[in-house]
Design a protein around this ligand. Structure first.
Ligand code: B3K
Ligand code: ZN
Length: 843
């Protein structure tokens, strides 16, 4: 397979003036007719004329009406073309029903649906399927389905047909088509520019009662983007479609977003607080892409973070505004550490802007998305809020309608603010998480903070240059008052010392406030200092972080047989009972670091982690904390009830989160009694799943597992939870067996990505279970990935990341994981997607 390199980029030699498509839908033989106007691009050197096309049956094609016989390969066609403008027409046949990859045009429960990003459009028709070719599209759909949708504005419809015109030039990856028996939950929105927009969320009949929350989130997103970024919507309709078979979360197709149904459909009975939060965030994310992604797109796929990092940053800002910034930031950092730091520390590490790939779908990663968003936050910290606003305005005016690059993006910041971002650009090209080591000195009233940075080698990058790292620092006096309020230190050398003068007593530093940079901070701190910061830090992120450090230290000491230090229970107890603190924040302080987190910490400290031992130690710590805090935990459990009808608000969700955290501890003392009671009484999915997870973890949930299935067997999304809870929450020694049994369940529809991910994503999340010393889970997952690969390469490739930490572990586990990966690698006919992943994992 061919390696694609950023350095090899060349523009396409033709401009596409217009595209006109006709679809004659039929499940196994859809005809696609295209008429594409090309004209030579000024100054471009026309090489051979090549159009992408994969899995297409070419019926006929012509140039300016005269039939041509192109040269066909499995990647596309070439043919001689005139030197001036010309029209290329073609007719191809495709088979949506046979398309299980969910890439291109496919069928899901009788509905036609498309997914074109990154390179799916070439499975629909012959086209220059690259993001830097933008064109206006006209689409005519002929089919029996009552609802026929494409991008842009509707221009006509009749029995068996509909036409759509999208006036905004777009790359082919934003094309979409949906046809099916759908019903709409509709609303309207008037933009700040006075445009009256019809909003529709299209779902299968019966689901229309579960769209209100998504619709509300959409309207709030539209308002927010007008108010905060000055960006209004630009078409007369905005359609969202929910589909059950989808490889990822959602897709921002112009005017026709397509969503995994799990990120649209919600009711109190079926969706958890977390689901509501994700729906809000993902609806916003896809909507925000209309400007950051669609109006300004990427020149090539190496620039993916240009749209994804920025759009994640925007959806995080939005969620913070909706739900509170402190808790939102902690949640985002937890996710960043769990997924992106893990990626950066292993064989799949790559820069935010990668320089080569074999299959681009393998680069829709936490690094491109979440680290990409962190880079935007750092840029903002460097140029200030005003500079950021100016730069964004310039970005939108300068590049609207274009396919841009990271260089364009940084130039906009330089031009708007006068900053030199040469060194900052390293964040886009250097992989790996920098470690910042802090040490302090106090001498004659001067407090000195020395910061050193180091980034370990990553694949293909043995040596790293120093990066510019904004480190937000505040100093506290001995009463916990702010002696020096937060200021941002720009660490841009390997080592720098910053002096603060005029102290009588030594202050306590609070470093990397708000997690101002995606780095690992190392600082030697006593347990007392951490307890002091947990009690007093005025920065909520660092207050939480101090608690986190304490619990992490306690867990690691417990592995070596030490009982928890009394400071921990005392500190957590104070936070737990502090009614001035947001319950959601208190819940986060009480949540113990996961096994994967501890395993990485041990590995970083030069030790070989044993997931089973960590599981046991973690359980022991939870038990002793529960015993020490039984009374306040019991009180919180009672006090955090949310009487009355369920509301998916951040306030109520926070109470339920704290109540759930308390339940998690208390279940160690009451053998699941409270959880069983809660399960029986619960009228919402949040409490039901919280209770069920505890019962499963205690190994006492058999009756409730059956009851849940009896209640919900008719609801796919709820049953996904049922599958996932069992593999993720069960005692580790039962995990592989539980997963194997579930694969034999009649409802284990393994070709449905949500269902497959429920069972195996759950198994991966059960760290001690996945890494159980028998190696059963490794074998089981490898067997299923080998089975899934020919059906759905994208989902298979993504799930190979279960093995990305294999080098952390002992020789036995390493051997077994390596064998699993080698077995996948040796599979005949393995997809390009999965083969790239296993090769990188093994390299
Ligand atoms: N842009 C899409 C992701 C496409 C993934 C292709 N494998 C969704 C999003 O980031 O909003
Ligand atoms: Zn996105």
């Amino acid at each position: 397979p061919q390696t694609i390199r950023l350095a090899d980029y060349t523009p396409f030699a033709w401009q596409v003036e217009s595209v006109s498509l006709t679809f004659r839908l039929a499940p196994t033989a859809t005809r696609v007719l295209s008429e594409i106007r090309f004209s030579p691009r000024e100054g471009a050197q026309p090489g051979a004329f090549f159009l992408h096309g994969e899995g297409l049956r070419l019926i006929a094609c012509a140039i300016d009406g005269a039939a041509v016989e192109p040269t066909l390969t499995d990647q596309g066609l070439t043919c001689p073309v005139p030197t001036g403008p010309f029209t290329f027409t073609s007719e191809v046949e495709i088979n949506p029903e046979a398309n299980t990859s969910l890439n291109g045009l496919y069928m899901s429960n009788g509905m036609y649906c498309s997914q074109c990003e990154a390179e799916g459009f070439r499975r629909i028709t012959y086209y220059p399927d690259r993001p830097d070719v933008l064109a206006p599209f006209e689409v005519r759909i002929e089919g029996e389905a009552p609802v026929l949708l494409s991008n842009g504005n509707p221009t006509g419809s009749g029995k068996g047909w509909a036409t759509w015109v999208d006036p905004w030039p777009k790359p082919s990856y934003l094309f979409a088509l949906v046809a099916g028996d759908l019903v709409a939950h509709s609303d309207r929105f008037t933009t700040s520019e006075g445009r009256d927009v019809a909003l529709n969320i299209w779902v299968r009949p019966g689901d229309e009662g579960k769209c209100a929350y998504a619709m509300d989130a959409l309207k709030r997103s539209m308002t927010w983007d007008e108010e905060v970024y000055g960006r209004a919507y630009d078409l007369d309709v905005f359609n969202i479609v929910a589909v059950d078979d989808f490889n990822m979360g959602a897709m921002e197709n112009k005017g026709l977003n397509i969503f995994n149904s799990k990120y649209v459909l919600a009711s109190p009975e079926t969706a958890t607080d977390r689901d509501f939060e994700l729906i809000e965030g993902i609806i916003a994310h896809e909507y925000f892409h209309n400007w950051t992604g669609n109006r300004i797109t990427c020149r090539d796929w190496f620039q993916l973070c240009l749209k994804e990092g920025l759009t994640v940053y925007r959806d995080q800002q939005f969620s913070g505004d909706m739900r509170g910034h402190a808790v939102n930031r902690i949640d985002n950092v937890l996710a960043l550490r769990a997924r992106q730091f893990r990626e950066d520390a292993g064989p799949l590490a790559h820069p935010v802007r990668p320089e080569s790939y074999i299959e681009i779908n393998n680069f829709y990663t936490a690094t491109v998305y979440e680290k990409g968003a962190e880079l935007i936050g750092m840029l903002r910290a460097l140029v200030g809020d005003e500079g950021y606003a100016k730069a964004l305005d310039l970005y939108f005016t300068r590049h609207d309608g274009e396919a841009a690059t990271i260089e364009d993006w940084l130039k906009v910041f330089e031009d708007a603010t006068g900053e030199d971002l040469t060194q900052f650009a390293r964040w886009y090209s250097q992989a790996g998480t920098p470690t910042v080591t802090a040490s302090t000195q106090f001498d004659e009233g001067v407090f000195s903070l020395t910061l050193k940075q180091h980034t370990a080698p990553t694949p293909g990058q043995p040596d790293k240059e120093p990066q510019v790292i904004p480190v937000a620092v505040g100093l506290l006096d001995s009463n916990g008052n702010e002696a020096v309020p937060t200021q941002v230190l720009n660490l841009n050398k390997t080592e720098q010392t910053f002096d603060f003068k005029g102290f009588i007593n030594e202050p306590t530093p609070s470093i990397l406030r708000g997690f101002s940079a995606p780095v690992v901070l190392e600082i030697e701190q006593s347990t007392e200092t951490r307890a002091f910061l947990l009690a007093n830090d005025t920065d909520p992120f660092n207050r939480w972080e101090a608690g986190r450090q304490l619990t992490r230290q306690t867990l690691i000491e417990a592995l070596d047989g030490a009982p928890p230090r009394p400071e921990l229970a005392a500190g957590l107890g104070r936070v737990l009972s502090d009614e001035s603190l947001d319950p959601a924040f208190r819940a986060l302080v009480l949540s113990l670091p996961g096994i994967d987190d501890i395993a990485q910490s041990l590995y970083d400290a030069g030790r070989t982690p044993d997931p089973t031992a960590i599981y046991i130690a973690r359980k022991g710590v939870a038990q002793s904390l529960a015993a020490a805090l039984e009374q306040p935990l019991g009180q919180a459990y009672e006090a955090m009830q949310t009487p009355g009808p369920y509301q998916p608000t951040a306030q109520d969700a926070g109470k339920r989160a704290l109540r759930g955290a308390a339940l998690g501890f208390l279940s160690h003392l009451d053998a699941g009694a409270r959880a069983a009671e809660l399960f029986a009484a619960s009228a919402n999915m949040t409490e039901t799943t919280t209770a069920l997870a505890q019962l499963i973890a205690q190994g006492t949930g058999a009756a409730q597992i059956s009851a849940f299935a009896a209640d919900w067997s008719h609801d796919r999304l709820v049953m996904d939870k049922w599958f996932a809870l069992q593999t993720s929450a069960c005692p580790p020694e039962q995990a592989a067996e539980t997963a194997r049994n579930l694969t034999e369940h009649p409802d284990f529809d393994w070709k449905n990505p949500n269902r497959f991910r429920s069972v195996f994503g759950g198994l991966m999340a059960n760290t001690a279970g996945f890494h159980d010393a028998t190696g059963d889970a490794y074998t089981l997952l490898a067997d299923w990935l080998i089975k899934l690969d020919p059906v759905n390469p994208q989902t298979t490739a993504r799930m190979t990341t279960a093995f990305e930490t294999w080098r952390r572990y002992d020789a036995d586990r390493q051997g077994m994981m390596k064998e699993a990966l080698e077995r996948i690698k040796a599979t005949k006919g393995l997809s390009r997607d999965t083969s790239e992943m296993v090769n990188r994992l093994l390299a």
